[in-house]
Design a protein around this ligand. Structure first.
Ligand code: 2AM
Ligand code: CA
Ligand code: CA
Ligand code: CA
Length: 263
């Protein structure tokens, strides 16, 4: 399968940042770490990877705007295009030596996500998607899982930590989903959770209190693999609400209903 020019640019940036993350992952005990808020860590590795991605993408497409987790918004001359970047999704795993983390890069054109790349350097798994062109892992075409019953489904989520999210609501959702599914998984990288749904490894995923850089590439990945994504009310305000529910058509619908239960 031949990759398009824009996917090539994104893959090159992700792989270069991935090599930097892999080196830092090998000596994680030497990294400088700081706290952004309670339980919210950032390291030199996050910042280095973000610099690499910013430099590579700016060189390849001068003038495009950016929204990045660590630097925030960077305006560009081109008001049609914006990169949405999480240089290290799963920092907590990374800092604990758990090899489940990723780089997430999405391209928005006129407010619509048109390309996405998610890369896990520790497992050398590269996910790519282009609007209307399908989703791929290491160039193999992806399709969401076919299971249609929640009782057969393995579903991913994220659990809020100290200082973040509404723990009471998270517990109600967990209780309801655990009572209706074949298993819950908590990987620790929302971008990879969505990539796993696209790959059919997990049947569904839901999480609250996420940011656009956690979600942008993954939403396109799931859709291009034939899946469905919405916010927790069933609408399309994932970026504004920070909530997401994903799966194939049947699982998405059933999962939405389950997490909307009030108690
Ligand atoms: P991060 O590793 O890039 O920070 C895990 O459930 C997901 O939540 C990860 O994608 C993680 O992204 C994100 N996350 C962790 N802490 C967060 C915080 N304080 N605010 C928003 N998202 C966070
Ligand atoms: Ca972070
Ligand atoms: Ca993130
Ligand atoms: Ca991050």
């Amino acid at each position: 399968m031949a990759r398009s020019a824009i996917i090539n640019v994104m893959v090159q940036a992700a792989m270069k940042a991935g090599r930097s993350l892999a080196r830092d992952f090998g000596e994680v005990q030497n990294l400088q770490v700081s706290l952004k808020g309670p339980g919210d860590y950032v390291s030199q590795a996050d910042r280095k990877a973000e610099e690499i991605i910013h430099a590579e993408l700016s060189k390849a497409r001068p003038g495009y705007a950016f929204l990045m987790e660590e630097r925030g918004a960077v305006e560009g001359d081109d008001d049609q295009h914006r990169w949405i970047v999480d240089p290290l999704d799963g920092t907590t795993n990374f800092l604990h030596g758990i090899p489940i983390f990723s780089i997430s890069i999405a391209l928005e054109r006129q407010g619509q996500i048109v390309a996405g790349v998610i890369y896990n350097p520790a497992m050398d798994e590269l996910y790519t998607a282009e609007r209307g062109g399908g989703a791929f892992m290491n160039d193999r075409r992806l399709r969401v899982a076919a299971r249609s019953k929640l009782s057969d489904a393995v579903v991913g989520t994220g659990i809020p930590h100290l200082g973040r999210g509404h723990h009471g609501r998270a517990l109600v959702e967990l209780k309801n989903v655990m009572g209706e599914t074949a298993g819950i998984r908590r990987l620790g990288s929302a971008a990879l959770d969505l990539a796993y749904v696209a790959a059919g490894r997990m049947d569904g995923f839901w999480e609250n209190w996420l940011a656009p850089w956690d979600l942008a590439a993954g939403i396109l990945m799931v859709r291009e693999a034939g899946g469905f994504c919405s916010d927790r009310d069933g609408g399309q305000a994932m970026f504004d609400s920070g909530t997401i529910v994903a799966g194939n058509e049947a699982i998405h619908k059933a999962l939405l209903k389950t997490i909307q239960q009030k108690s």
